[in-house]
Design a protein around this ligand. Sequence first.
Ligand SMILES: [Zn+2]
Length: 462
Amino acid sequence: MKLSFYGADRSVTGSCHMVECAGKRVLIDCGLYQGSRELDEENSHPFGFDAASVDYVLLTHAHLDHCGRLPLLSKRGFQGEIITTAASRELARLVMLDAAHLHEQDVSYRARIAGRRASTNQIMAPLYSVADALRSFDHFGRPAVYDVPIELAAGVRATFINAGHILGSASIYLQLTEGSQQSTVLFSGDLGKSGGPLLRDPTKPPAAANVVMETTYGDRLHKPLGPSIEEFYDAVTNTFKGGGNVIVPTFALERAQELLYFINQGIDHDRLTKSTQVFVDSPMAISATEIMQHHLEGLKPEIAKRIQDGHDPFHFPGLHFTRESAESAALNMIPAGAIIMAGSGMCTGGRVRHHLKHNLWRPESSIVFVGYAASGTLARRIIDGAKEVNIFGEQIPVRARVYTINGFSAHADQAELLTWQKQTGAKRTFLVHGEEQTMRSFATLLGDTRVELPVPNQVFEL
Ligand SMILES: [Zn+2]
């Protein structure tokens, strides 16, 4: 029985872990490395295992840093079954297709530049194509239902447990038997927090001998949600008074829907004007909003009931969805009075970079960050106070007001992570999905458990 690590080791992205038991190889997540050019390059490196030898992939949730290398896995010979919840399956397809599309776009952009410089000796290929992503969909098998165990093979049983992080998200509990040896491993996936507006609260984890847990916010406490919402309303009101726009780099899954919900509430309670104009400039966020309304099982009962009764908790008169890129470009002409939500949340790509280019230099505009920004990303540079940033080869001065509102986070904070770990009673705790410094400070808070900080390709006996 072995547990090995192939991503998000002493770093935040690229989640990929493997359990070997009873002759089966089970991968938990196969995510993309994201954040910097070096990390981007990491994605094309060998996995550290033979893709064809993997029997199952259990997917915790649909964020790109958890599912983004699945098309590559199938391109490199994976023939097994991918198991995840029905909602994650729909969202992961969306996310993987979007990523494939961006890889293709990036290659054709670089090929055009190379062509102009007449340096055609470079062979360029995307990490994976849209066709590769489509082929990987064929591997999605049985849907997982929360709390219902699935027998993967004799000796390997998996149970998905609601993690409350994004729609469909799960922690995965493995019960393993090999000969006379028995063990349990609980993978946290990304853990959400209780008390959010839309999603059901995370389920209390079962007891497990071993846990593999995320530590994104292992060194920080979040501000409470209530003051964060007020801060957001104030940022919008002040910016509009000053004659600017509010740019919100948004994670398309969850955060976009949560913000729409809060804006709607703000209008209902007169914290925002009835005429507030909001542009959701992200085809993925638009689709994710639709998907959410079809998966009521993941939502708070009162929200699910409102949707069942025919109300749309995300809609208000000033809301505009811009799917087409021409519509997106037209938003650059708006001088003031608009909230523009666009991806990617960490500003590593996507339409938000255009909106930043047109608004960052304007003192009357605001940039409101509402999510995690990994080090090395454009979002992080702006948050850390860069005076100037490079966007599309142009130096843009940062004159807009920058807000970082972390109470919206879809991740558990230090206190919630500690509670979760305690509830598992784990004898051994493997820390992943965090910056190394964060892991080390989190490790000092853990009580009676053996703490491991795996490095890539490290293998442990269970
Ligand atoms: Zn996540």
